[in-house]
Every structure is written in C-alpha cells, then in structure tokens.
Design a protein around this ligand. Structure first.
Ligand code: ADP
Ligand code: MG
Length: 555
C-alpha cells in the first residue's frame, strides 16, 4: 500500500460540482444512470481495444456490470470489468473536467482515422453526480494495460481527493458511494432496481443487482430492423407499455443519420385509447422516451413530439443529444425542435403510406385515433403542418357507398373545376342523405363529404382550405346559391306543381309576417322535392349547438 497523495480538484471542477448538484440534476437518482453509463463506456473501450490490438488482450474477461446495495454499511457499489484507469488517467479523468476520458478517447480514434467513434458520445459531467448522494466516494481501479497497478481514489467532495496505490484490485473499476443520511434509499435493492429499470433498462452489457440479472430486454432499436422478428417487437412493446396482453396495430422502425442521428421505434396500440387516456394530458406527456446511446435522457418525454402524437409508444435514441440535458433545455433546445420536426414528418408519411397499403387496417386506426388527428389539425403548434396532418383524415362521401371513405386528396381528383370542397355535418348517413340541404344540391351531382362526429365541424371550419380549395359547409353553399337568386329553368314535368309569382309572393309575405323577427328573409325555392321548407343560416356550425339534440336524432 503506497502513500496517500492529496490532490486539489481543478478550480473548475469544484465549481462544476456545485452547479451539477444544484441545477442540472434536481433528481439525484440519475447518478445511477451516469455511473452505469460510465461502466458501459469502459466496457465498450475494452472491447474496442481488444479488437484493435489483436492477440494482446489475453483471456476475455466477463463483460458485466455489478451493482451491490448494502443497507448496513449504507453504501451503493458498482463494479465493471472494463478498461480501468492508470494512475495518470485517474487524476486527469476524475480531477479535472477539461479532459474527459471519453473525449480524449474519441480524439485518439479520430486521429487514427478509425470508425470506432460510434462508441463514444459526449456525456458531460456524469461522474461528479455521485457527490449529490455520497458523503464519500471511493474508486478502485486497475487498467487493463499489462504492468499497471491498482489504485484507489477517494474524496469527500469539496476541494480535494486522494490517490493511493492499492492491492488486490481487479482489472476494471469499482466505485463505492457512502450515502448521505438523506440518501439511504439508494442502499435499498427495490429502489435501486426500479431506478435502473427506468433509466438503464437497455444498457448494452448485462447489469446485475445483488447478483440478479436486470436488463433482459434487448435495446431493439440498436439492431438491424431486418433482424427483429414480430415476437421481439411484441415483447418490447409490452415492456414499454407495461401491459402483457396488449398488441400493436402499427410499428415503425425509423433510423437516419441526417439531419440528425436517430434510431427510433414507434408503436400504435391496438387497444383504442379511452377518453381518459386521450385526456392524458395537459402537459403533453408522451409515451415516447428519449435515449442517447441506450441511456435514458428522459422518460415519457415532453416536446419530443407534438402533443397530438401522444398516443404513440416508443423509443427515440439520438447520439446527438447530450445525456445531461436538463428539463429547461428540453423545452427550448434547437436540437429537440429539429428532432421533433423530423420525427413528425416521418410519422405522418408513415401513416399515409399505411393508408395506401392496407386501407382496411388504416380505417381501424382512423376509428380509434381520429380524435388525436383532429387535435393535430386544430392545435397551435401544428399550424404550419395543418394540411399535412389533415391528409390523415377520412370521411364518407355522397358518391361512395356507405362504409367507404375518402381523403381530401382523392376528393379533389374527382371535383374537376369546382372551387369548394363541400361537406355536410350530420349525426348519421341517413340524416345526411335526407337533409334538405343535401336534397337541394343533389341534382347538381356534386360530391359532398359526410361528417358524423360533432367535432368535425369545428375541425373543418378551422382548416378552411386544403390544397388551395375552400372547405365549404353545404349549408353555406345553399345560402350562397340562394343569394344568387338563380331561377331553375328546367322544364317542369307533367303534373308537377308550380306557383305563379303572385302565389309565391302571397306565401312568402304570410311566412314573413308569421315568423316576424325570427327570420331575415323568406324565399321560394324549387330545389326541394321531399321537404316543404328549410332553414338556412350562414355558418350553420356555430349555430348548431343552440339546437336541442332531439332535433338531431334519427326520425
Ligand atoms: P464522461 O463519461 O462524459 O467522459 P464522466 O464524468 O462521466 O464524463 O467520467 C469522466 C471520465 O472518468 C470518463 O471519461 C472516463 O475516462 C473515466 N471513468 C469514469 N468511470 C469510469 C469507469 N467505470 N471505468 C473507466 N473509466 C471511467
Ligand atoms: Mg459519463
């Protein structure tokens, strides 16, 4: 055992310790994530070393991460069989922040012109987070370099640390955190287990807690999509939803390297969401978690996707995201905006594609999730992509058989020179078809979209245009036409009743007098054949909710 050597932390480091503890890491449990990620890095480095220095590595060590909790000693211990540190590495890596070991390693790899860089991300200040929970931290380490000795590094925070030569240290690194009195929970197995499951479920090496293997689920998004079978997807999906009986309707595996590095998997559950789940939630919490190199950055991330896509379950992993991204940064970062933009467009394209490949299946999705799509069309944060989202909407139409639906796009291909896309909101097909508004237009042969959900009206009113065409409620069309005062000049069939001008005037005068202030005008129309009369109101949609629902039920 060598002599204890007291060293001062670099001034920046002491300062950093303070900042990390106070601002970035308000949830101190993430120290576990940080040191597991370091252990994983150390194992990756060892693996890389063994691959690049052929034959020199000797017998392959077991590549594992062991965590032990000890309630009696009040300690949290993590041990890896990774690359370890030499004495010099110890003081430069754990004494300063200017030289992060990973950064240096990356530089080394870059200098060599090697493709090994994917194993390294830039992870900020992880190790120091142990001081949020520890009154004392001891690191035992031995480099895998042959001839290197074992050392211990120990500090109680503050301004200094000690490095001592130590005997019987295993190759790799062991860190013992003696917990502060108010952090004793990190010496409890159950607590630590749930934290690891939450933050580090997909670390690429086996993680054992008090001997028991924790991370049995593979990080599917890191694999080649071709190598993943349906069973693995189902397992993974159920792991994410915490529901062993759930199935998915859709899955999307999306990976790209531009404009950002993204590895992601999204699922849409077959179980239609309940109203309650739809209401989840005002703050925009999603079912998608953000990872960086398999390490969790944020669970159920807000802002990663627009709110209306919160029905998705999944994982987004981006090497471009720093691990220590704070909540504030997640809100404002340009990086997150870019990520959101890219993912949203990809997801919309995916659903569109599905609607073409398997329209029947798409209808099932549409039935369950239309409310979300609608929310997307209406929401502030989607204003610029409103029409893009509206591509996903489907409606029945007067020219298609009941049960068949059309998109705006397909409607437009059939509408010819017409300027307006016509729609009629009614509670059911039969009410739509028997509506006087529809009747008055029926002979024109124009196609009318039938909208059955109460919220369709608001949606289409807001959307206003699609691909340069006006969305026009049929009631408006009827009012607009009646102001044009065009007279039907088609010759009357034999026996059809007609009115003389004086008869018309007599009838309308009587009606006006009888209805008094309730109407602004009464006119004669020859466009109705089954209904004696109809009420026309500009922007009927805004008036409809004044009508009692009994008028709107099927006769
Ligand atoms: P980063 O991981 O971003 O480099 P950290 O503060 O988490 O920053 O760690 C600082 C450095 O300490 C690492 O880069 C690495 O060189 C070294 N280190 C930390 N933990 C280990 C470990 N378990 N094994 C080997 N080296 C480690
Ligand atoms: Mg780290």
């Amino acid at each position: 055992v060598g002599q204890a050597n007291e060293h001062e932390f670099q001034a920046e480091t002491a300062e950093l310790l303070d900042i990390v503890a106070k601002s970035l890491y308000s949830e101190n449990e993430v120290f576990i994530r940080e040191i597991i990620s370091n252990a994983s890095d150390a194992l990756e480095k060892l693996r890389y070393n063994r691959l690049t220095t052929d034959g020199e590595g000797g017998e392959a060590p077991q590549m594992e991460i062991h965590i032990r909790t000890d309630k009696y000693e009040n300690t949290f211990t993590i041990q890896d069989t990774g690359i370890g540190m030499t004495k010099e590495e110890l003081s430069s890596n754990l004494g300063t922040i200017a030289r992060s070991g990973s950064k240096a390693f990356l530089k080394q790899v870059a200098d060599k012109g090697d493709a090994g860089s994917s194993i390294i991300g830039q992870f900020g200040v992880g190790f120091y987070s142990t001081f949020m929970v520890g009154s004392k931290v001891t690191v035992y380490t031995k480099s895998h370099d042959p001839n290197s000795k074992g050392y211990s590094w120990t500090s109680e925070g503050g301004v200094s640390y000690k490095i001592t030569e130590a005997e019987s240290v295993m190759p790799g690194t062991k860190i013992v955190v003696t917990l502060k009195p108010d952090c004793r929970k990190f010496a409890e197995e159950e607590t630590v287990k749930s934290i690891i499951k939450k933050h580090s479920a997909f670390v690429g090496f086996p993680v054992r807690l008090n001997g028991k293997l924790l991370n049995a689920v593979k990080p599917l998004w890191t694999l080649d999509p071709k190598d993943i079978d349906e069973d693995q997807h189902l397992n993974f999906f159920r792991h994410l939803t915490n529901n062993q009986s759930d199935h998915y309707l859709y899955k999307l595996f999306y990976k790209t390297d531009a404009p950002l590095n993204i590895r992601s998997i999204f699922y849409v559950s077959e179980q239609q969401p309940t109203m309650l789940e739809m209401a989840r939630d005002a703050s925009g919490m999603s079912g998608v978690s953000l990872y960086s190199r398999k390490v969790l950055v944020q669970h159920k991330t807000t802002n990663l996707l627009p709110k209306w896509l919160r029905f998705l379950t999944g994982v987004v992993d981006s090497e471009d995201i720093p691990l220590n991204l704070s909540r504030e940064l997640l809100q404002n970062s340009a990086l997150i905006s870019k990520l959101r933009e890219t993912l949203t467009s990809r997801l919309i394209r995916y659903f569109l594609d599905q609607s073409r490949r398997d329209p029947e299946k798409y209808l099932k999705f549409h039935a369950g999730y239309k409310l979300f799509i609608t929310e997307g069309v209406l929401s502030e944060d989607m204003q610029e992509k409103r029409e893009e989202v509206a591509q996903l909407l489907r409606y029945e139409s007067s020219t298609l058989p009941e049960g068949e639906v059309t998109s705006f796009k397909d409607y437009i291909t059939r509408m010819g020179e017409e300027r307006n896309i016509l729609y009629l909101c009614a509670p059911s097909r039969s009410l739509a078809e028997s509506s006087p508004y529809f009747e008055s237009l029926k002979n024109s042969g124009r196609e009318v979209l039938f909208c059955y959900d109460p919220y369709d009206e608001v949606t289409l009113l807001q959307l206003k245009t699609y691909s340069g065409k006006q969305l026009f409620s049929l009631e408006n069309e009827v009012v607009a036409n009646s102001y044009q005062n065009e007279k039907d000049t088609t010759p009357k069939a034999d026996g059809e009743l007609t009115m003389s001008d004086s008869q018309s005037k007599e009838l309308t005068d009587w009606a006006k007098a009888a209805l008094d202030l309730k109407v602004t005008d009464v006119k004669v129309t020859d466009k109705l054949d089954k209904h004696p009369a109809m009420v026309t109101v500009w922007e009927m949609g805004s008036v409809r909710h004044f009508l009692k629902s009994q008028y709107l039920t099927d006769p």
